[in-house]
Design a protein. Structure first.
Length: 231
């Protein structure tokens, strides 16, 4: 088993580490490369979030926790994942493409890395899910530059309109920032506040009557979404 000494993205950000924009671009790209490898083989991860991104000794990201991953993932029908990171179609559709759902979750994760915030203003996962169900979810993409551009394309409600991992890699290749990435990670304390405490418990419900079971279930999530200054 590979030794990954630098903890996970969630822990790193909570410690007050601020990645430079060049490091963020590199990290984003390398995660997309990992997902590209999976998606090319018909595998979706289904629980992308900061806690599931570990770093090696050189701060290269590695995707972990494949407990919810599935092969032949173009037509999935089980509700699973972590509520604040799950794609709308996982909640609202009878079938969904797991690769497209992964990319929504990645966009949420990268928005947190870039801004310290979720790309919406919900304190309750229950309200978030209800607004997803009824098409009322409001996206607040505060990320800038190339990262903000890609996040904006990924946080699209119609999964068919989201770029693939190949599309994203092409966007990185075309952007000159990718050639300016630095090799060393700066450790800079954040100014003011701390990152929102992200509830990382995941859930899996049987596909039968998933919408009604979601709200009948007694699952309690303890999300607290606090406003923060941008990273």
């Amino acid at each position: 088993m590979e030794y990954l000494p630098n903890s996970d993205l969630q822990t790193i950000l909570e410690r007050g580490v601020q990645f430079t924009i060049y490091e963020q671009v590199r990290i984003f790209k390398e995660i997309v490369l990992g997902l590209n490898y999976l998606h090319k083989r018909g595998i979706s991860h289904r629980d992308i979030k900061p806690e599931n991104i570990l770093f090696d000794e050189n701060y290269h990201p590695k995707i972990i926790d494949f407990g919810f991953s599935r092969e032949n993932c173009s037509k999935l029908n089980t509700y699973c994942g972590t509520p604040f990171f799950v794609a709308p179609e996982v909640i609202t559709s009878d079938q969904y493409d797991g690769t497209k759902a992964d990319l929504w979750s990645l966009a949420v994760t990268m928005h947190i890395m870039n801004t310290g915030k979720f790309p919406w203003r919900y304190r309750s996962d229950v309200q978030l899910i209800k607004d997803m169900q009824f098409g009322r979810l409001e996206i607040h993409n505060e990320a800038k530059g190339l990262i903000g551009l890609i996040i904006g394309k990924l946080l699209t409600f119609d999964p068919a309109d989201r770029p693939t991992t190949d599309d994203i890699l092409n966007m990185f290749a075309e952007h000159e920032q990718i050639h300016q990435t630095k090799n060393e990670l700066p450790h800079v304390a954040l100014q003011g506040g701390s990152l929102p405490k992200i509830q990382t418990n995941n859930i899996s419900l049987n596909s039968t009557s998933k919408k009604s079971r979601l709200f009948r279930s007694n699952i309690a999530f303890k999300h607290l979404h606090k406003s923060m200054d941008s990273l």
